[in-house]
Design a protein around this ligand. Structure first.
Ligand code: NI
Ligand code: MN
Length: 225
């Protein structure tokens, strides 16, 4: 499986069989993404919550690609009400899709959409595919149950916010890495806007102090997992 980081929380997974999964594709209104919505293709779109910087360009992409949304029930129903296809799930639940397994976790945050619809609880998501697991925490503060997430799921790659203000900042994010104990920690949700400025190298140093490996991805960079 390949992972491409666009910036902010926007990520693309491409499976070995060529299935493309977008997570939180905020591209056109995102000043740091080198890739715009017309340039991506998605068979599936996973949304962690209803905020505009996560729904992003989902609808334009889904319209062009006939993508299937995967999200918590209320947000899935919101997508369906907008005329799209969705697979409704909820926190704690897993489902085996053609590409692999998707499991939603808790996240401590909000989830109202930009047009003021309640989109259910915000979530994190664990995707297991091609023998690797990716935990995208979504927008969240630090929470102690991350230890339980680790106990129940071996996590290879953890993508977590470090930008502070709306989510964990660096210090809390390093603690989150210690709780989840991934093979690789990847910082997200920083430097997109002035209010979430953070130095990813400071996060990396924090990870090194607890003997955890951090990989900082450049905007648009794709890595093999
Ligand atoms: Ni948010
Ligand atoms: Mn956000």
């Amino acid at each position: 499986m390949k992972l491409r980081y666009f910036s902010h929380s926007a990520v693309q997974l491409t499976t070995n069989s060529g299935i493309r999964i977008l997570i939180d594709p905020f591209l056109d209104g995102n000043p740091t993404s080198p890739v715009k919505s017309d340039d991506v293709v998605a068979d599936y779109i996973i949304l962690t919550h209803g905020h505009g910087d996560h729904i992003g360009d989902s609808f334009a992409i889904a319209k062009r690609c006939n993508s299937l949304f995967i999200c918590v029930n209320e947000l899935a129903n919101y997508c369906i009400a907008k005329g799209f296809r969705a697979h409704n799930m909820h926190i704690g639940g897993s489902y085996n899709f053609e590409f692999g397994r998707v499991k939603f976790t808790i996240a401590h945050h909000g989830s109202m959409t930009d047009d003021n619809y309640y989109a259910g609880e915000p979530a994190g998501v664990i995707i297991t595919c091609d023998g690797k697991s990716v935990y995208h925490t979504g927008d969240t503060g630090l929470f102690y149950d991350m230890k339980l997430i680790r106990e129940m799921n071996k996590i290879n790659y953890m993508l977590l916010p470090i930008g502070d203000n709306f989510t964990m900042g660096i210090e809390d994010a390093v603690k989150a890495v210690s709780f989840v104990d991934p093979d690789v920690a990847i910082p997200i949700h920083y430097n997109t806007f002035p209010i979430i400025q953070a130095d990813p190298n400071e996060f990396k140093l924090g990870c090194e102090k607890i003997k955890k490996y951090c990989r900082i991805l450049h905007y648009g960079e794709e890595i093999e997992l």
